[in-house]
Design a protein around this ligand. Structure first.
Ligand code: NDP
Length: 488
């Protein structure tokens, strides 16, 4: 059990109040770490450190090549420490080890991608009248406040920090109060590889107070947030005080559409993985399975038959395919949707309850749950549940599938399963979502833009699009005509 501190101005510090928070393994309730419980004052100290490092520190004068090299060194350091990081991640948020290992590798890849990109940020010259030389330069925005959730603690830290630092910004990162350990481990690696003091500051504490200070502060130039839509709206409102630049990656109620001409086995696997990977605690989870009516019963039967393979357990237990939900409160919320679904008239094809195994009694486990008889108007088909609950909805035509898929306030992800290339392209073109797949579900790549349409957010993370969100654009006009203007 490790006692952590916060990283502010290059130093490891406790909270001003001296308060701490015990972190518990969601699979068994064991205390797995202790972190400072930061508040507004701690957030202010972190913001000042980031401001100082940006305005007067060495970071802005550090060449793109040096910044890139530091990011590459960090990627190597993450890879070297992958085993520890993935174990800490499992204890912190409950996911199965194989998923945590994937996240750690992907986090390293993210720093590597942006390490390489740091030297490729460039401006351009414009063809303007001959008496001017006009060009555009790209500059960092300044101090970036970055608020991240509990479902991918290390990966979300990487998605936020890597592009921001490659672009030359300084950062104040606030992990979720429930899962701060791997972000702090990352902070240790950052100091180890030589990031200057104040460039990255990591404060631990709740959204109320600590997070609010970051969102409201006029010393913060940009805010990047991943989390729930309700919180995203609050952050956007708080950020409006000084019109911060803003990127929001919010929720989804993502349609996974299976046509009768799809490869059946592949679609069954994709439907289960789309819904139940990471316990369904995924913004892009395929939580609405839209199935062509002619194969509806067969697909439900095939999914239910495979459910025993979704073995619940501690993430470090060999064979575990699904861990616990993040907290007792969150499981209560997910269970409330099981009740809502039944009250609305949907039927449980499987799950809907806590596992009977006494070995799991101290964890926040819930069986993988599949609802059938779901109508698109039901709350379980409209609201983000963020747990292992899949709503299956039949459709009769391509047009109807598209209409149901788009009938949502969200627009994060969507998938289509079909052997017809023309149909797959046709349907994808109609779907109002930022991340789409054909005959697969969930693969993500650091090279591609991640983000949503409609109320799933604003802006894009990752890839070249992601670094754009951390850059200002300045035009420079040089008068080549030395004679006075003579206007007056
Ligand atoms: P939140 O969206 O509330 O939390 C995400 C981050 O925001 C955390 O670091 C949190 O801090 C912080 N935060 C919360 N309130 C504020 C605030 N007013 N100002 C600044 N920062 C704030 O997630 P919840 O845990 O409450 O989950 C609620 C729902 O959100 C879930 O059920 C799910 O539907 C959705 N969600 C979506 C995610 C996604 O990836 N799109 C991820 C997580 C949740 P702290 O936790 O420390 O209090």
């Amino acid at each position: 059990m490790k006692r952590y501190a916060m990283l502010i101005g290059g130093k490891w510090v406790d909270s001003v109040s001296g308060d701490v928070r015990e972190l518990r393994d969601p699979a068994n309730g064991d205390v797995v770490g202790v972190v400072p419980e930061g508040g507004r004052e701690d957030a202010r100290a972190a913001i000042h450190a980031a401001r100082e490092a940006f305005d007067r520190g060495p970071w802005r004068k550090t060449s793109a090549l040096e910044r890139g090299k530091l990011l590459l060194k960090l990627a190597d350091a993450i890879t070297r420490k992958a085993e520890t990081l993935s174990h800490v991640e499992v204890h912190g948020c409950g996911k199965p080890l194989a998923e945590a290992q994937f996240d750690v590798a992907d986090a390293a890849n993210c720093f590597e991608f942006y390490g390489g990109l740091a030297t490729k940020i460039h401006g351009e010259t414009m063809a303007v009248p001959a008496n001017s030389l006009s060009y555009v330069v790209r500059e960092p925005i300044g101090v970036c406040g970055q608020i991240i959730p509990w479902n991918y603690p290390l990966l979300m830290a990487a998605w936020k920090l890597a592009p921001a630092l490659a672009a030359g910004n300084t950062c104040v990162l606030k992990p979720s109060e429930m899962t701060p350990m791997t972000a702090l481990e990352l902070g240790e690696l950052m100091l180890e590889v030589g990031f200057p003091e104040g460039v990255v500051n990591i404060v631990t504490g709740p959204g109320a107070g600590c997070g609010e200070e970051i969102a409201e502060s006029h010393l913060v130039d940009k805010i990047a947030f991943t989390g729930g839509t309700v919180t995203g709206r609050k952050i956007a409102t708080a950020a409006a005080g000084n019109l911060k630049k803003i990127t929001l990656e919010l929720g989804g109620k993502n349609p996974n559409i299976v046509f009768a001409d799809a490869d059946f086995e592949a679609a069954v696997d994709g439907a289960l993985f789309g819904a139940f990977a990471n316990q369904g605690e995924v913004c892009s989870a395929g939580s609405r399975l839209l199935v062509e009516r002619s194969i509806h019963d067969r697909i439900v039967e095939a999914m239910v038959a495979k459910i025993p393979r979704v073995k619940l357990g501690h993430g470090l237990e060999p064979g575990t395919k699904m861990g616990p939900l993040i907290s007792a409160g969150h499981r209560d919320k997910v269970e409330s949707y099981v009740r809502i679904g039944l009250e609305e008239g949907a039927k449980l094809a499987c799950g809907g309850k806590r596992p009977a195994d006494p070995a799991l009694a101290n964890g926040h486990f819930l069986e993988p749950t599949i609802f059938v008889g779901v109508k698109p108007s039901m709350r379980i088909a409209r609201e983000e549940i963020f747990g292992p609950v899949l709503s299956v909805i039949p459709f009769d035509s391509e047009e109807e599938a598209i209409a149901i898929a788009n009938d949502t306030e969200y627009g994060l992800a969507a998938a289509v399963w079909s052997r017809s290339l023309a149909r797959a392209h046709r349907v994808i073109r109609e779907l109002r979502a930022g991340i789409t797949w054909v005959n697969t579900y969930h693969p993500t790549f650091n090279e591609l833009p991640w983000g949503g349409y409609k109320q799933s957010g604003t802006g894009r993370e990752l890839g070249l699009y992601g670094i754009e969100q951390y850059l200002e654009t300045k035009q420079v006009n040089i008068n080549l005509d030395e004679a006075p203007l003579g206007w007056y």
